[in-house]
Design a protein around this ligand. Structure first.
Ligand code: NCD
Length: 304
């Protein structure tokens, strides 16, 4: 790959994406067989926001490759609590690790931090900005289930604050996908993202209702309303509970529809969808390990 830091999905060409996904498929076939790939390599984890899947799958991936992690731990237990700046924290931790993973509540934090560090920095979510490593596992899941060619995808929920959506929509422009954005008007895709998509020649349509478009979709990517990013709790309550799907909703969909969600879900996908053949969100979460193994393997270089 051309870039050492991975900050946004816009950095990723189709060839970059295919390189990662192909390598991920090799790891996926037998994840336990690569323990001698990067012995002694250390990955620094800096999570300034809650995380389960992203953090644990990075940790699993690094350990599967024979390496280990050094973890800043929670903000509460670190020197951040004493008022240390982000720039100082990362400059110290880069001396402990071969690559860094950063999640931060402030949009733009990863880009800024990248200017201070020489080891590869992976953006694991910057506020309502981007989440490119999630996108790679999303694309892997789409490729496995629906294929990336001639794709019609619906992306539903919080398109304003949902960073996974911003990154996925950008990456899909590499594949000429037809993208349908489904959200309440107050949570439409931000103007800056819409502009960039337009510049990239994205084929995008916006809807407030899933019903009309559902039968045409190959993939429905559902997202959580990002409650923690609403400046006003009343605004959250005005849209909470909208845009939910259940097994009955999906009766109008194609039999082959793949339903995805970056997780965690709150109430957007009813539990009865879990038992249908559409549900791929747990498989999607599991794909985080081989995809992050592939990404780390490419960033850390060939040790064979
Ligand atoms: C997402 C995130 O953190 O942006 N979670 C994840 O990484 N799988 C989605 C979310 O929190 O809603």
């Amino acid at each position: 790959m051309r870039h050492d830091h991975l900050i946004t999905a816009r950095q990723l060409s189709r060839a970059d994406i295919e390189t990662v996904l192909d390598r991920a498929a090799e790891f996926d076939a037998d994840p336990a067989a690569y323990g001698d790939r990067h012995p002694g390599a250390l990955l620094g984890l800096l999570f300034f926001e809650p995380s389960t899947r992203t953090k644990m799958s990075f940790e699993t991936a690094m350990k599967r490759l024979g390496g280990d992690v050094v973890d800043m731990g929670s903000v509460e237990s670190s020197s951040v609590k004493k008022g240390e700046s982000l720039a100082d924290t990362v400059r110290v931790i880069e001396g402990y690790a071969d690559a860094l993973v950063l999640r931060h509540p402030r949009q733009g934090a990863a880009k800024l931090t990248g200017e201070y560090v020489d080891v590869p920095l992976l953006n694991a979510g910057d506020g309502a900005g981007h989440h490119p490593t999630q996108t790679l596992l999303d694309l892997y899941t789409i490729r496995e289930n629906a294929g990336l060619d001639d794709l019609t995808i619906g992306i539903m929920g919080d398109l304003k604050y949902g960073r996974t959506v911003h990154s996925l929509a950008h990456a899909l422009t590499n594949f000429d996908a037809h993208q349908h954005f489904i959200s309440p008007e107050s949570l439409q895709i931000p103007r800056s993202v819409r502009y960039d998509l337009h510049e990239s020649g994205a084929m995008v349509r916006e809807h407030t209702d899933l019903t009309d478009i559902l039968p045409e979709l190959d993939v429905l990517y559902v997202t959580r309303i990002q409650r923690e990013r609403f400046p006003d709790e009343n605004e959250y309550h005005a849209v909470a509970g909208e845009y939910q799907i259940d097994a009955e909703t999906l009766e109008a969909a194609s039999d082959d529809l793949t339903v995805m969600h970056p997780l965690p879900r709150v109430d957007e996908i009813a539990a009865d969808v879990d038992d249908t053949d559409h549900a791929k969100y747990f498989e999607q979460a599991h794909n985080g390990v081989p995809v992050r193994m592939a990404l780390l393997d490419l960033l850390l270089g060939d040790s064979e």
